[in-house]
Design a protein around this ligand. Structure first.
Ligand code: AMP
Length: 278
C-alpha cells in the first residue's frame, strides 16, 4: 500500500493506475462504516484510493474540530488489511493556502436540516470534495447513506459541475443495538451510549407505523419526536420526513420519504436516517 501527502506525489502515482479508480473520502478514525465503503470500492474498482483529511472548513467555530478523534497508524493498518492501493493524507497547508478564497456552494439542497443547524458545513464539504475529486480524478467515489443530506448535496454538485464521476452510495452500518456507527460515538459515556439507542428506536417506530398503513408525513414526524422526547438525556435538534431527492419537507400522505433526525446526547451530536417506501 502506498501512502502520499502532497498533491504532486498523489498525481504521479495516480497517473499510472489502471482504471477504474475508486475514491473513498474519509476523515479517518475508521470504523466498519468506512470499511464497508472500502470493501465495495475494492469489489468494483481496479484501484482503491482512500483519503484521510479532517477538513477544518466543514466544522463550525464551536464544533469539535480540535477534539475530533485521530489515529493514522491504526487507520493505515486497517486499510492495508482491506487491500487499499493508495492512502492520501492531504497536507492542510496545501489544501487551504493562506490566501484561499474559492468555494463550491450548492444552494437549495444544502439549506434545510444539517445545513440549517450547521451553517457553512456543506460549503466546506462540497469545496473539499471538489478538491479531492480534482486531485484524484476518480472514476467512482463512495459515500455512506449515514450522511443522507451530504449524498444529495454531492450528487447535485456532480451533476451541476459535470464531474465525470459515478457516485456510489452504501448502506448505513450499525452497532448490534441499532446505533449507526460514527467516529463520534466514542464521545459517549456508558449512560449516554444507552440513551443513544433512541435514534434507531424512533426511526424504527415511524417505519413500522408507515408499514402498517400510516402514511401521513406529519404523524410520522410526531412518532419520531415523541420517542426522542421520552429519553431524558436526548435533546432533539430536528426530525424530518422529506422528499429523498430534494429534501423538501413533506405533508399529507406519502409513498416514499427520507426520515432523518439530529439529536444531542450530552455533548455529542448524533444523526441518523431511514429511507422508507419504494
Ligand atoms: P467521515 O469520516 O465521517 O467523513 O465519513 C466518511 C464516509 O463514511 C462518509 O461517506 C460517511 O457517510 C461514511 N460513513 C460514516 N459512517 C458510516 C456508517 N455507519 N455506515 C456507512 N457509511 C458511513
Amino acid at each position: 500500500m502506498n501512502t502520499v501527502q502532497s498533491i504532486s506525489n498523489l498525481r504521479q502515482i495516480r497517473n499510472d493506475l489502471p482504471s477504474p479508480v475508486g475514491l473513498v473520502p474519509t476523515m479517518g478514525y475508521l470504523h466498519e462504516g468506512h470499511l464497508s465503503l472500502v470493501q465495495r470500492a475494492r469489489q468494483e474498482c481496479a484501484n482503491v484510493i482512500v483519503s484521510i483529511f479532517v477538513n477544518p472548513t466543514q466544522f463550525g467555530p464551536h464544533e469539535d474540530l480540535d477534539a475530533y478523534p485521530r489515529d493514522i497508524p491504526r487507520d493505515f493498518a486497517l486499510l492495508e488489511k482491506y487491500g487499499v492501493d493508495l492512502v492520501w493524507v492531504p497536507e492542510l497547508e496545501q489544501m487551504y493556502t493562506p490566501d484561499f478564497q474559492t468555494w463550491v456552494t450548492v444552494e437549495r439542497a444544502a439549506q434545510p436540516l444539517e445545513g440549517k443547524m450547521r451553517p457553512g458545513h456543506f460549503r466546506g464539504v462540497t469545496t473539499v470534495v471538489a478538491k479531492l475529486f480534482n486531485s484524484v480524478l476518480p472514476d467512482k467515489a463512495y459515500f455512506g447513506q449515514k450522511d443522507a443530506q451530504q449524498v444529495v448535496v454531492i450528487r447535485r454538485m456532480v451533476k451541476d459541475l459535470n464531474f465525470p464521476i459515478d457516485i456510489v452510495v452504501c448502506p448505513i452500518i450499525r452497532e448490534p443495538d441499532g446505533l449507526a456507527m460514527s467516529s463520534r460515538n466514542g464521545y459517549l459515556d456508558h449512560e449516554e451510549r444507552q440513551a443513544a439507542q433512541v435514534l434507531f428506536r424512533s426511526l424504527s417506530a415511524a417505519m413500522s407505523a408507515f408499514e402498517n398503513g400510516n402514511n401521513d408525513a406529519g404523524q410520522l414526524r410526531e412518532i419520531m419526536t415523541g420517542t426522542i422526547m421520552s429519553e431524558p438525556l436526548a435533546d432533539l435538534q430536528y426530525v424530518s420526513c422529506a422528499d429523498p431527492d430534494t429534501l423538501e419537507e413533506l405533508s399529507g400522505s406519502i409513498s416514499r420519504a427520507l426520515l432523518s433526525m439530529a439529536v444531542v446526547i450530552g455533548k455529542t451530536r448524533l444523526i441518523d436516517n431511514f429511507l422508507i417506501g419504494d
